[in-house]
Design a protein around this ligand. Sequence first.
Ligand code: PEP
Ligand code: MN
Length: 339
Amino acid sequence: MIIVMQEGASRREIEDVEREIVEMGYKPHPIYGVERTVIGAIGDERGKALLQQLETSPGVERVIPILKPYKLAGRELKKEKTKIEVGPGVIFGGKMVPVIAGPCSVEGLDQICETADAVKKAGAKALRGGAYKPRTSPYSFQGLEEDGLKMLAEAKARTGLPIVTEIMKESVLDLIVQYTDVLQIGARNTQNFDLLKAVGQTNTPVLLKRGIATTIKEWLMSAEYVMSQGNMNVILCERGIRTFETATRNTLDLSVIPVLKHETHLPVVIDPSHGTGHWQYVEDMALAAVAAGADGLMIEVHPNPHEAWSDGGQSLTPATFEKLMKRMKLVAEAVGREI
Ligand code: PEP
Ligand code: MN
């Protein structure tokens, strides 16, 4: 339920309502707007009638139900877009369209530093690199783990780029949080609800990828899992879904951009690398994503894609990435954004 406070309701009245919400067994989630404050009461749907009684509390204007199942992620409770700062001045959800770039996997200190230098020079605002890799085959390279995290930290120290890296299991959460600025939940874990709850208990922003076969509604419910634990900093990342098409690795669903803008206040990032699976198609889809209103991009870049330990076929070289960035700046300008 949403408790809409009267314009000019006092701090005391707001606090009293919050306390009443807690006493009724709900979690209050206040949003202090310019004109008025609204308080979300989040919890078991069965107690709706109880919450309705708050309409008679001092300072309350009205109590209205939240119709969508994603209470915190939805637009009903919060109309303004959420801005998420992942590093100094690197904000998702504002005018800027930050680009996260880097290799699929961290393979060594030289590889990650060389890539970091190159993507920074081309205008990327964050560095990606997997240290824990979700590979289809157990015989494929699984990631450098803690050593990889240390290398990411060195690349950050050298370039100042904030880090985005994937977490696959809760047992290494405390470790990864020490090294990363954004926790990536990969497509294979979009509905790993225990993992979502665990990252929801941190303050680190979460990049939540869309699952290989999750609907937008299911994806938003996954965001809700994270937010229900207190971490409101969720960035959604479309990376393609599985369809009957085989010419591309996945089908990059750019229609999520307008749909999500309608449904949620959370920023939306597009990953055309996993979305297409072929480096030749990445640039066009990246440009299309910016034109359609994406709040950020995630692009795989490797100094030598032929020798990459994972996802070489979809990785750009530093040179092709630089070319893409130049064109993308023009598209961003045309739609009133900046890269
Ligand atoms: C990745 O970002 O390298 C990755 C494994 O992505 P996804 O979870 O989208 O497959
Ligand atoms: Mn990859």
